[in-house]
Design a binder for this molecule. Structure first.
Ligand code: HEM
Ligand SMILES: N/C(=N/c1cccc(CO[C@@H]2CCNC2)c1)c1cccs1
Length: 348
């Protein structure tokens, strides 16, 4: 029952922000009188920070208090939503000194993108050009009239749907897109691979339930942990599959596993990612530092008298997992609401 869940949320908000208990009754009466639940920006801001703090798969939660919230619940047209997304991208990017940011839109708005900035994937008869993870969404964009350049790193358009209206496709002007060209601190040939990645990861397809209300358009960004790019996006065989090519260039014996050529190539690719982002002044965290920050987060939470929950499998970096202190102990994966969660894609 909605008002019961709203009460639970308001009680947590009141307790953690040291407000008078009467605040809960006042707000419930206002919602009942208005016949609708309309959270204040302060209540929304707290809820979105709390949802981040409760997201068990996130290793970056130490900084949960520094999330910047943009309240865009009043925007109604695709055009003004597009402009708000560009403003989010600019504010978050901040010339490379990335700011963790979230924008919250009216529940009638849906963003069809997985991330605000991501590369297209073009499936042809015998190969995929670009990011294989984007093939389905790229085809959707083409059905909606988008013409991609057919390259390895074409930024996809924003696809915004309001209510039941047809989705609207908007290109992101290059001036809003910060990217990092990848080079290696000592391997001079690395740059010739022509690899690059975008600076800011901005997830735009998750939802958050706050006191029984579903907010289905809450694009949020942080900064990358290097392994996401170097150990997954550019390394996975079903993504950019760069390990064999890098191993070849390194002159490694790739004919048998025992030479650990994949592991050698993996380390150099990840060193290139961290080195390039650092040199370009773009925020990034290596997986060792990220684990140390998570340990600090755990300590901070315990000092606040809160139990820390986490998804052990997801919190372990995909590279050298046993170097992470959390590898050696179990973790409580209890789910506390609110938290960010998956939802059905609007086009499936
Ligand atoms: C500030 C820097 C941040 C870093 C370095 C970071 C790091 C990560 C990493 C590495 C993952 C795993 C992603 C994967 O394996 O695909 C993750 C997951 C997640 N993060 Fe964070 N994060 C940060 C900020 C945030 C923020 C600001 C939010 C939301 C407000 C957030 C919410 C989440 C959620 C919901 C997941 C799970 C996604 C899923 O279930 O697919 N993170 N984070
Ligand atoms: N560094 C990040 N990494 C991710 C955080 C959440 C999700 C993802 C991508 O998740 C995909 C779906 C499951 N694995 C890939 C990446 C952040 C994105 C937005 C804020 S921080």
């Amino acid at each position: 029952m909605l008002l019961e869940q709203v009460r639970i949320f308001l009680e947590q908000y009141t307790a953690e922000n040291k407000l008078a208990q009467s605040y809960v009754e006042e707000r419930l009466q206002q919602f009942t009188a208005a016949g609708a639940v309309d959270y204040t920006i302060e209540e929304m801001d707290y809820a979105l920070k709390l949802a981040w703090r409760n997201s068990n798969k996130c290793i970056g939660r130490l900084f949960w208090k520094s999330l910047h919230t943009f309240d865009r619940r009043h925007l109604k047209t695709a055009q003004e939503i597009y402009e708000a997304l560009l403003a989010h991208i600019d504010y978050a990017t901040n010339g490379g000194k990335i700011r963790s940011t979230i924008s919250v839109f009216d529940p009638s708005v849906r963003i069809w993108n997985h991330q605000l900035i991501r590369y297209a994937g073009y499936k042809t008869a015998n190969e995929i050009i670009g990011d294989p993870a984007s093939v389905e969404f790229t085809q959707k964009c083409q059905e909606l009239g988008w013409q991609g350049a057919g390259g390895r790193f074409d930024v996809l358009p924003l696809v915004i749907q309001v209510g039941d209206a047809a989705p609207v496709v908007f290109d992101i002007p290059k001036t809003h897109i910060l990217e990092v060209e990848l080079r290696h601190p000592t391997l001079e040939w690395f740059r010739e691979l022509g690899l690059k990645w975008y600076a800011v990861p901005m997830i735009s397809d998750m939802k958050v339930e706050i006191g029984g209300l579903d907010f289905v358009s809450v694009p949020f960004n942080g900064w990358y942990m290097g392994t996401e790019i170097g150990a997954r996006n550019l390394a996975d065989s079903e993504r950019y599959n760069m390990l064999p090519i890098i191993a070849e260039k390194m002159g490694l014996d790739t004919s048998k596993n025992m030479t650990l050529w994949q592991d050698y190539a993996l380390v150099e690719l990840n060193r290139a990612v961290l080195y390039s982002y650092k040199e370009d002044g773009v925020s990034i965290v290596d997986h060792h530092t990220a684990v140390e920050q998570f340990l600090l987060f755990e300590k901070q939470e315990q000092q606040a008298g809160r139990e820390v929950t986490g998804n052990w499998a997801w919190l372990l970096p995909p590279m050298s997992p046993a170097t992470a202190a959390i590898y050696h102990r179990p973790m409580d994966n209890t789910k506390h609401k609110p938290f960010y969660r998956y939802q059905q894609a609007p086009y499936q």
